[in-house]
Design a protein around this ligand. Sequence first.
Ligand SMILES: NC(=O)c1ccc[n+]([C@@H]2O[C@H](COP(=O)([O-])OP(=O)(O)OC[C@H]3O[C@@H](n4cnc5c(N)ncnc54)[C@H](O)[C@@H]3O)[C@@H](O)[C@H]2O)c1
Ligand SMILES: [Zn+2]
Length: 326
Amino acid sequence: MKTFTPSEITHELRRLIGTRRVVAIIDEKVDRLHGTLFPFEKIVIEATEERKTLATAEEIVHQLLHLHADRDTLLLGIGGGITTDLCGFVAAIYKRGVPFGFIPTTLLAMVDAAIGGKNGVNVLNFKNMIGTIRQPEFVLTCPNLLRTLPPKEFRNGVAEMLKTFIISGQNFGESGSFFAENELDTIFCTEAKMAQLCHFITESRAVKERIVKEDEQEQGLRRLLNLGHTFAHALEHCAKISHGEAVSIGIVCAAKNGHCKDIDLIVNTLKQCNLPTEIPADIDKKMLLEAISQDKKIAEGRCNLIVIHAIGDVRIIPTAPGAILC
Ligand SMILES: NC(=O)c1ccc[n+]([C@@H]2O[C@H](COP(=O)([O-])OP(=O)(O)OC[C@H]3O[C@@H](n4cnc5c(N)ncnc54)[C@H](O)[C@@H]3O)[C@@H](O)[C@H]2O)c1
Ligand SMILES: [Zn+2]
């Protein structure tokens, strides 16, 4: 996978799109900050979880009809995971499916949300309850777009990236040290650091792509990508905490449950990257365990827990809710 500079991205987009008509579905914040890079017809959306709904998908469909978008029109999702999810979902259902591509603008979307073809919307309080699995024609990564990303959003991406490297067993220590030593703004100051960032994005994305290629429909291997997420979703349910922070704590819980031999390295690396590793003191653990056992991964009274035995050795273990350590 290649990463692109802003000037290269215009050229590359022209090559990929050819003579086709494009309608961009773009996050309003991204449009304000980087919109001039993307001179297309646009549907501008407000990227919040509350607006990642069927109602917003329907509004986008109305706008596409208003623009007379036809079945050959390419939808281009430009934004973080909320935007790429909405774009991919609408592209799958509009006129029974139109082509689509993504330009992710958050670290999390570059390595996770825009990769793998799963796209969904929230229903009531349930995240990604309705969705489709359909691969985009392309995902263009331009790390320069991350210059404007708030540090908290950057850290969310770092947490998912470290999760991916624990699964693959490669790049965990190196990327951990890099993100511990370099704040987002310093990375953009030197070419060598930018090159490092591009390297880790490419590697992390490649792990997800490899796993998805083997198990697109999440029958087995792909489930590993949910590492830390059973705990993370429960934590997000119980406390006001960002997804990346919840994933970080979830990773540590997964390591405890796997009696992981690398737990100290994992905890120290997460801490150095400014990510939390302990369940906040004000969370009632009983409530947390209840939320975990309500997770969708429960089957026959057991929770399919993804645990870490060692970096590079992550397994799915059916576990009774009473036996879960957190
Ligand atoms: N489809 C999948 O496989 C998958 C995987 C993981 C996550 N997701 C979904 O992704 C979503 C989270 O994605 P996210 O973290 O990218 O969130 P997001 O889309 O909400 O973006 C985070 C914030 O950053 C802002 N932003 C985006 N790009 C920016 C930029 N370049 N500069 C400044 N600000 C910018 C956005 O406006 C938003 O406020 C969730 O809804 C989650 O369910 C989907
Ligand atoms: Zn996640």
